[in-house]
Design a protein around this ligand. Structure first.
Ligand SMILES: Cc1ncc(COP(=O)(O)O)c(C=O)c1O
Length: 363
């Protein structure tokens, strides 16, 4: 039975990427690697829509988030953390783990953050070094209005650094670090970049580099300066995840050939198709539709149905693999992802399977 992998990453890989992964190892200090690294960096700058530095770290997305904290902040400094889901909570926990005075600004799960509330909270907290925000909250299926939020943050005196978790949005949903003033944007290879897990990619603005000079947290493996110095020679300080880079070179080429604007439109269309399909079954979306994400659709499972059983039956009977709820949403929602090269036909299969299964999944 073919598998229709509909979790929000790792995402299915295009055939061309899978073929690229089959390549043998190369010398990561040799000329072949330098050319690979240069090509990947250039492709990443296109997808990130940035002229700033783009650093490649061998880690999953969370490693990139931790790297942002240890490179830019100091113990005792304040950071306002926008939290409207599981990954916002993670940002908060990482900051706290390193002794940053993390101030939570919580919004109900399923809603986006209100820019005006962010502005007020920054003023109230006073002297915030950073604003930590999750662009696309994968756990609830919403996208925060990052452009409006950055505008609100820049409207205050001494605006904070803006650190963005874009793990489930970058390359699928429009995000413009330079235009909007995002100082650090973090993503990972296994989502919209359509490569295997293993790399975290981070854009770093000139303002972030200034903060780096003053930041006092200890760092070694995550050190941005080390990564940049090696990147200038088209190398990495430590042994890179070579195979992931082989795949990423190919997937970035595919994205460039299609064009970023077309990729965004395609995600929007497939997401809309999915939302309509879900609603046609009489189910409701978990988030307020105004904020609904174009990469993951969270569906409320009414109490008379068993979400875990539904997930198992989709997997066993149809080869469709969806995700359940995280944290407080466990057992209450299912999440159907449409990140990367996904077609409406693949989403139609999910809707058709749900239609068959729902009547017999009553508890
Ligand atoms: C928004 C967001 N942030 C962070 C992460 C964590 O990424 P990783 O599992 O690659 O560490 C994820 C993973 O799904 C995510 O969706």
């Amino acid at each position: 039975m073919p598998i229709n992998l509909r979790i929000p990453g790792p995402v299915p890989l295009p055939q061309e990427v899978r073929e690229a992964l089959a390549q043998d190892m190369i010398d990561h200090r040799g000329p072949e690697f330098a050319s690979l690294f240069g090509e990947v960096t250039e492709g990443l700058k296109y997808v990130f829509q940035t002229k700033h530095d783009v650093l490649i770290l061998t880690a999953s997305g969370t490693g990139g988030l931790e790297a942002a904290i240890v490179n830019l902040l100091s113990p005792g400094e304040k950071a306002l953390v926008v939290i409207n889901g599981f990954f916002g909570e993670r940002w908060f926990e990482i900051a706290r783990a390193f002794g940053v005075e993390a101030i939570p600004l919580r919004f109900p799960w399923g809603l986006g953050a209100e820019p005006e509330d962010v502005r007020k909270a920054l003023i109230k907290a006073g002297d915030c070094k950073a604003l930590l925000i999750t662009h696309n909250e994968t756990s609830t299926g919403i996208t925060n209005d990052l452009e409006a939020i950055t505008k609100a943050a820049y409207s205050i005196e001494n605006p904070p650094l803006i650190l963005v978790d874009a793990v489930s949005s970058l390359g699928a949903i429009d995000l413009r670090p330079d235009e909007w003033g995002c100082d650090v944007v973090v993503t990972a290879s296994q989502k919209a970049l359509m490569a295997p897990p293993g790399l975290s990619i981070i854009s770093v603005s000139p303002r972030a580099w200034e903060a780096y000079e003053k930041a006092k947290l200890p760092r070694f493996y995550w050190d941005f300066r080390k990564a940049k110095e090696y990147a200038l020679r088209n190398q990495t300080p430590f042994t890179p995840a070579l195979s992931v880079l082989f795949g990423l070179r190919k997937s970035l080429k595919l994205i460039r050939e299609e064009g970023l604007a077309v990729v965004f439109d395609r995600h929007r269309a497939v997401a809309e198709f999915t939302r309509q399909g879900v609603k046609s079954l009489g189910l409701s979306l978990f988030p307020d539709e105004k904020w609904a994400s174009n990469t993951v659709t969270a569906v409320r499972i009414p109490p008379e149905f068993r979400a875990d059983e539904l997930i198992e039956r989709l997997r066993e009977g149809y080869g469709i693999v969806v995700a359940g709820g995280q944290g407080a949403l466990k057992g209450k929602i299912i999440r159907i992802a449409h990140i990367g090269r996904v077609t409406a036909e693949e989403m139609a299969q999910v809707i058709a399977a749900l239609k068959e299964l729902l009547p017999c999944s009553r508890s």
